[in-house]
Design a protein. Structure first.
Length: 279
């Protein structure tokens, strides 16, 4: 039979699946000290004995029996969560904690209770309704399906490089339905509201009408064209909005005498003056 040393005892502790990450780190530090010095101080040796007592089979079995009710509670709510959700991952970690014989902390309990509220019968029914309404319902503020609202906001944020993974899922995953919280986050912040307001506002200039650059249109917008060059409006909402500002609706216009169309924000346009009209 191999002789038991502090090294082998610490190796056993470190390999114990029930050990907490904090205790494992501490045991690894003791092991590192032991392999370096080939001995332990009296205080460190006492710590090894305390860890062995804490994770003894008898104490682990007693703690697991004590936590049986909590484990059943965790299993019940876990079944109601989405497999890839943060809540499922958190609950799985709590399950492992209980199975390792450790009680939940005072900070973990409120989080568990919040997850339980978010996954009770009423909450799940509301979530099912939302999944249906996301594509077939109506977002009251914009009089269109929430999926269309989310896509408009997502196109703006794709260019702004915000909400990365959420934006990609909204735009590229046909089966994805954001949670209500995710939807509100990306569509109801002050920037998104400005973008959506501009998109859904009635066009100031109708297709076929003549416009010209406003006097305040920056040079980069005019791209070499003078303020008075008339342009024919081809269509409104011709491209995703790029500015969270009033008058950000984008028009496709065709300068008279030019074969190339341009994309211009509404705020940089005005009705073209009539030939011979007042200045």
């Amino acid at each position: 039979m191999a002789r038991s040393t502090y090294g082998t005892r610490l190796e056993a502790l470190i390999a114990n699946p029930a050990i907490s990450s904090r205790d494992k780190t501490f045991a690894e530090s003791l092991y590192s000290f032991y392999t370096s010095k080939r001995r332990l101080t009296t205080g460190r040796a006492r710590c090894v004995a305390q860890l062995e007592d804490r994770y003894s089979p008898e104490k682990l079995a007693a703690a697991l029996a004590k936590g049986a009710g909590m484990l059943e509670r965790l299993n019940a709510v876990c079944e109601r969560t989405e497999p890839s959700s943060w809540a499922r991952g958190f609950l799985n970690s709590l399950q492992g904690q209980i199975m390792a014989g450790r009680e939940l902390s005072d900070k973990q309990i409120p989080v568990l209770e919040k997850i339980e509220r978010e996954h009770n019968d009423q909450a799940l029914a509301a979530r099912d309704t939302w999944k249906r309404d996301y594509r077939h319902g109506t977002a009251a503020a914009w009089d269109t399906a929430p999926v269309k609202v989310a896509e408009i906001a997502a196109r703006y944020y794709k260019r702004a490089n915000y909400f990365g993974s959420l934006v990609e899922k909204i735009l590229n995953d046909d089966g994805f339905v954001p949670t209500i919280e995710q939807y509100n986050k990306i569509t109801k912040n002050k920037f998104a509201v400005k973008v959506l307001t501009a998109h859904f506002a009635a066009p100031k200039f109708a297709a076929g009408s003549l416009v010209q650059y406003s006097a305040t249109a920056p040079g980069r917008v005019r791209a070499g064209g003078g303020n008075k060059i008339p342009m024919v409006v081809i269509m409104a909402n011709a491209s995703p909005i790029i500015s969270a500002a009033k008058g950000a609706k984008i028009y496709k216009v065709l300068p008279v005498g030019s074969p190339t169309t341009r994309l211009v924000e509404e705020r940089h346009l005005k009705k073209a003056r009539k030939v011979g009209g007042k200045k």
